[in-house]
Design a protein around this ligand. Structure first.
Ligand code: NAD
Length: 483
């Protein structure tokens, strides 16, 4: 099945930090792919703005190199690349200074969608918002896109929200969480709310527990210093894993509309219970003969920052009473695999006797690699010799079901096009971000006050043993981490 491409309206998109890592790896190759797909109007302008003293020709050269280096699914020819580059411009601006803004204003057109992507450090967000407004470059229809991290606690998130709100209405602010741009994440909503099969069973009565796993094989690499000030809780849980948890646990919104969806997500975050220390496991990867330890990577031999975290979350409402949602994420684990597993309860009575064993249905939603879903169902083991049961997956990998995976836009591509369309459904609202920090802060403050030391785990393992024990105490096991 070939995905349908609906062209967006004409736009000018300014990328502050247009020469940075994120712009080169994700944003610009993503826009190029949308251009190749025929979604970008021929008049649209993409304007890089950064401190580097470049001209437009040098910027185009940089983007050409970035496309060659980072566009994995490169199905376009050199001629297409040149056509795309012709839509690119560059302005040198130090966003803390006064130079370059009038040049930017002159480049931008009126009467079309104007979007500004803040792909720079968050400490610059306020300055950019203020200057765009004061210099008359943005208007009440303009959109701004901001990157994570959105604060490092409730107080800083509130300050950031206030800085942006001073010049832009909430309907103009797009806080990006690229997990929400993944095809499978949106499919989670389609499966839950587009089928009669699942929703009646989607509650504490039929679901035993849920596991959300985001496992990485990479370490903190060159981001050691930044990461050590954040840790897995701030870097992954407060945003990405919380968003997944919200989508899996929320009530059906009355319609697929930005505020209806985000209202329901917010209710989930507000219903999260505080977590007792024995339901939190923090870990750090240890050195091997060939690999450095987390502390060496972070450059702090005494660091107590977690490169792994597992949590047992409980949602205090009727739907989820007493149904744990276990979440875990970590670096240098055995495989790169992100998935949500909804583990249903056993049947109330087995007609097949004890020897048939226990069999639970599991709906597995795979985010990466190989986006797709499988539903594990129990059937009779084929062949003669009595009734033996076996669990088999009903597989719906998107590549098989929906055709070429290359046709599916990646998360950044999709989200940038949503900004141009003015659709905020897959972006976090300010109150959601604040509520997430309000839940996260006491947990972080708790382990800081207790001076907790993270447990060591081997590189290439499934994480610290204590995480396995946390589930074992409740007669459950983590699902295997595998690609
Ligand atoms: P980077 O350091 O590679 O690039 C920063 C960019 O900002 C450069 O283009 C630089 O010229 C520009 N810049 C810095 N100070 C400036 C100033 N005063 N005026 C104008 N331009 C200025 O950073 P990055 O990795 O591209 O990250 C950008 C943002 O995206 C950060 O907020 C980061 O947290 C976030 N982010 C990055 C990634 C990633 O994979 N790189 C992932 C998620 C979020």
């Amino acid at each position: 099945m070939v995905s349908r491409v609906i062209p967006v309206d004409d736009f000018d998109l300014v990328i502050f930090g247009g020469t940075g890592d994120l712009a080169r790896r994700k944003i610009l190759p993503g826009l190029y792919r949308r251009f190749c797909a025929g979604q970008m109007p021929a008049e649209a302008r993409i304007i890089g703005a950064a401190r580097s003293d470049f001209g437009t020709p040098e910027f185009r050269d940089m983007v050409r190199d970035a496309i060659h280096e980072f566009s994995e699914k490169n199905d376009c020819d050199e001629q297409k690349i040149e056509q795309f580059l012709a839509q690119l411009h560059y302005v040198t601006i130090d966003v803390m200074g006064e130079g370059g803004w009038s040049e930017l204003k002159d480049l931008m057109r009126d009467g079309i969608v104007k979007a500004f992507y803040f792909s720079v450090a968050p400490k610059l967000f306020g300055a950019i918002a203020e200057r765009l407004h004061l210099k008359g470059i943005s208007d009440q229809d303009s959109r701004i896109v901001v990157e994570k991290p959105f604060g490092r606690d409730l107080e800083t998130a509130k300050a950031l929200n206030a800085d942006l709100a001073a010049h832009f209405d909430e309907t103009q602010i797009y806080r990006i969480d690229h997990y929400l741009g993944k095809e499978t994440v949106q499919n989670l909503m389609a499966v839950r709310f587009g089928n009669i099969l699942f929703e009646p069973l989607w509650n504490a009565q039929y679901i035993d527990h849920i596991q959300i796993t985001v496992a990485e094989t990479v370490g903190v690499g060159g981001r050691g210093e930044y990461y050590d000030r954040a840790g897995a809780m701030r870097d992954m849980v407060q945003n990405h894993l919380m968003q997944l948890l919200c989508l899996i646990a929320m009530e059906p919104p009355s319609k697929y509309d930005p505020d209806a969806v985000r209202d329901e997500k917010l209710k989930v975050i507000r219903a999260l219970e505080p977590i007792a220390p024995h339901h939190i496991v923090r870990g750090q990867y240890d050195a091997t003969d060939t690999e450095q330890s987390y502390r060496e990577d972070a450059g702090d031999p005494k660091s107590r920052t977690e490169s792994y975290i597992a949590l047992r979350c409980m949602i205090a409402n009727w739907r989820w009473a007493n149904t744990p949602i276990y979440i875990r994420t970590g670096k240098k684990l055995k495989a790169r695999a992100s998935e949500i597993a909804v583990v249903f309860k056993d049947t109330p009575h087995s007609i097949f006797g004890e020897e048939a064993g226990k069999h639970a249905n599991v709906l597995r939603i795979r985010l990466q690699p190989n986006e797709g879903m499988t539903l594990q169902v129990t059937i009779k083991e084929p062949g003669p010799g009595g009734m033996r049961l076996v669990d088999v997956p009903l597989d719906m990998s998107f590549a098989d079901a929906l055709g070429d995976e290359d046709d599916v836009p990646d998360a950044y591509e999709r989200l940038i096009m949503d900004v141009i369309r003015g659709n905020q459904t897959l972006f976090m609202r300010g109150d959601e971000v604040e509520a997430a920090w309000a839940w996260t802060d006491p947990l972080i403050n708790g382990w800081t006050a207790r001076n907790d030391v993270p447990k060591l785990y081997d590189v290439g393992s499934a994480g610290p043993d204590d995480a396995a024990l946390m589930l074992k105490r409740e007669n459950r096991v983590w699902r295997e981490i595998k690609e």
